[in-house]
Ligand binder design. Structure first.
Ligand code: AMP
Ligand code: MN
Ligand code: MN
Ligand code: MN
Length: 276
């Protein structure tokens, strides 16, 4: 087991545990280094009150962007969360999220499934709405039989509610993270269903923009996948990261910290952290 988990979510985005509850669980699971990487916000990370001395908490965020028409997530680690560069970018992302939320609600209304922003905010406890919040409400209101049905039919890739063109560009995202003193990392590279040629082109452009890392381990994955991304990381001179992408306690997904260790031959991303 790896005592390091650099990709997790809390109630500040679409996770189901509060930041303090996540820290408590991480401690229970013997995590030694943790990054809270909520979608487009550092509010959860900044709200931590019950810091533990046994865990090194790294600043983190997972930023939505698009490249070549594909929705991509970039994790930022070990940056100054108060730096104007990241602050301005996250402010823009939050506003893009508000606009997108409204567009999704309009689509759903046309499909005969009215959901109001007020209901969403009440359920979520904040205004930083993501598709999982909408999916949960569609389920609660009986419009779909499960969260995964909500994605399959209405919110997932290529569906009517999958509206994704308003995010900051990849270069703006990488730029904001690096200008704020952090490391930009390609999140869950195996999720994008790109051909190998396209993936390598994406990685080369990411590196050109100043990107430095890639998740070699993301959640539960086959050893072959780990080896594939370890090799790509080494070939392209990228630092290796790992994380569960924890959102909630579930029998189907690993818990915070439940990960194997990185392969021996990669260069771990924490080797260049300067805030630990
Ligand atoms: P958003 O940040 O609003 O674009 O929502 C993206 C989030 O939705 C991801 O981080 C996942 O947590 C969640 N998600 C994406 N696809 C699915 C799916 N098929 N089933 C359940 N949750 C999903
Ligand atoms: Mn999520
Ligand atoms: Mn993601
Ligand atoms: Mn994530």
């Amino acid at each position: 087991m790896s005592p390091i988990d650099l990709h997790t979510h809390t109630t500040a985005s679409d996770g189901l545990l509060s930041p303090d509850a996540l820290i408590a669980l991480a401690k229970e699971n013997s995590v030694k280094m943790l990054a809270i990487t909520d979608h487009d916000t550092v509010a959860g990370y900044l709200s931590i009150k019950n810091a533990t001395r046994t865990i090194q908490l790294i600043s983190g965020v997972e930023i939505s962007t698009t490249w070549s028409g594909i929705g991509i997530h970039i994790v930022g680690l070990d940056f100054d969360p108060h730096h104007p560069a990241i602050d301005t970018l996250l402010e823009k992302q939050a506003s893009a999220r508000r606009v997108r939320c409204q567009s999704i609600l309009t689509v759903l209304e046309k499909l005969g499934m009215p959901v109001s922003r007020a209901e969403l905010i009440e359920q979520t406890g904040h205004t930083h709405i993501g598709r999982p919040h909408i999916a949960r409400l569609l389920f609660k209101k009986g419009y779909v039989s499960s969260i995964s049905q909500a994605f399959k039919k209405y919110l997932g890739s290529g569906k009517a509610g999958d509206i994704k063109n308003q995010w900051a560009s990849l270069s703006a995202v990488v730029g904001a993270i690096t200008t704020s003193g952090g490391v930009a990392v390609i999140a869950h590279p195996d999720k994008y269903k790109m051909t190998r040629t396209k993936l390598l082109r994406f990685i080369d452009e990411f590196v050109e923009m100043g990107g430095q890392g890639i998740e070699v381990i993301s959640g539960r994955q086959h050893r072959d996948i780990t080896d594939k991304y370890a090799k790509i990381a080494n070939d392209r001179g990228l630092l290796a990261s790992l994380g569960t992408d924890f959102h909630q306690r579930s029998p189907y997904y690993p818990e915070v910290g439940q990960l194997p260790t990185l392969p021996d031959d990669v260069n771990p991303v924490w080797s260049i952290f300067n805030r630990v």
